[in-house]
Design a protein around this ligand. Structure first.
Ligand SMILES: [Zn+2]
Length: 272
């Protein structure tokens, strides 16, 4: 097994995973989507809301605001000593108090005041409600760690997908450099450089085979390596994307060791 990083920038992480079966790649993808915890607002106490947005809508919008997550300082409510009742180890309070002093005041995510300066909205510019003069919102929100399999608001990734590593074979002897494939490729993977048709950016190839079909001289063959994957992970901003992959691998390892433990217990019981 081998990993090569193509790009790791901001919330984007693109890497190649080589020498694994599709089931391993898919397990990793599913754990990133459904099992890596992140922080999101889960309870809202509305003290006053005279805005045109209903209480339920307001709570829903607040829940979907991605929060910067600190996995070191917080634990999942179900794993907490308080048994999920809510304490400083599993629950964080954010407050919002805003009154419109003029027409058309927009309440943004930046208006949320967090108890913990580390855990705050990923972006300050997420609109929550628009108010007319004199309208007011006062509320208290409780954020908790959770998993994407319970609610999508806890998914730490906005994109998590993989594709097979494309293989483009060009027969330079058959190729007459007509440029048809270059213009037909929707991803602009091919180019003619000098007297040669070259692959410019293999990672962008979506295996659509437009190049192969457009070639009148049968000079291009598109295939893929079914043991090699290009992963595209985009974080919502809750966690750095490389951390999402790392945490996902640890969760997968823990699941496997639980399975091993369960198996040895079952074997021992069978022997008795
Ligand atoms: Zn707790």
């Amino acid at each position: 097994m081998n990993v090569k990083i193509i790009r790791l920038e901001g919330n984007e992480f693109r890497f190649i995973l080589e020498g694994v079966d599709v089931s391993v790649a898919n397990a990793l993808r599913r754990v990133m989507l459904a099992e890596v915890p992140s922080m999101a607002i889960d309870e809202v106490i509305i003290i006053e809301n005279t805005s045109p947005v209903f209480d339920e809508m307001l709570a829903h919008r607040l829940g979907l605001i991605p929060l910067v997550t600190d996995l070191e300082s917080y634990v999942l409510p179900e794993e907490c000593d308080c048994k999920g009742e809510g304490c400083i180890k599993c629950t964080l309070t954010l407050t919002l108090e805003k009154e419109a002093e003029e027409e058309g005041v927009i309440v943004y995510s930046s208006d949320l005041q967090s108890q913990d300066p580390v855990v705050r909205p990923v972006s300050d510019k997420i609109p929550i409600a628009k108010m007319a003069r004199g309208q007011r919102i006062v509320l208290e929100a409780h954020a908790k760690l959770g998993k994407g399999k319970v609610h999508a608001k806890w998914q730490p990734v906005s994109t998590c997908a993989y594709k097979y590593m494309p293989i483009l074979e060009i027969n330079q002897e058959k190729c007459l450099r007509c440029g048809d494939c270059v213009s037909f490729c929707p991803k602009k993977v091919l180019a003619i450089e000098g007297e040669k048709l070259v692959v410019k950016n293999i990672f962008d190839c979506s295996l659509c085979k437009s190049c192969e079909e457009s070639c009148r001289f049968d000079a291009i063959k598109v295939s893929w390596d079914d043991k090699s994957f290009i992963f595209n992970v985009e974080s919502t901003g809750a966690l750095p994307p490389s951390d999402i992959v790392r945490v996902a691998i640890n969760i997968l390892l823990r699941k496997l060791s639980d399975l091993e433990e369960g198996l040895s217990i079952a074997v021992k019981e069978e022997a008795h």
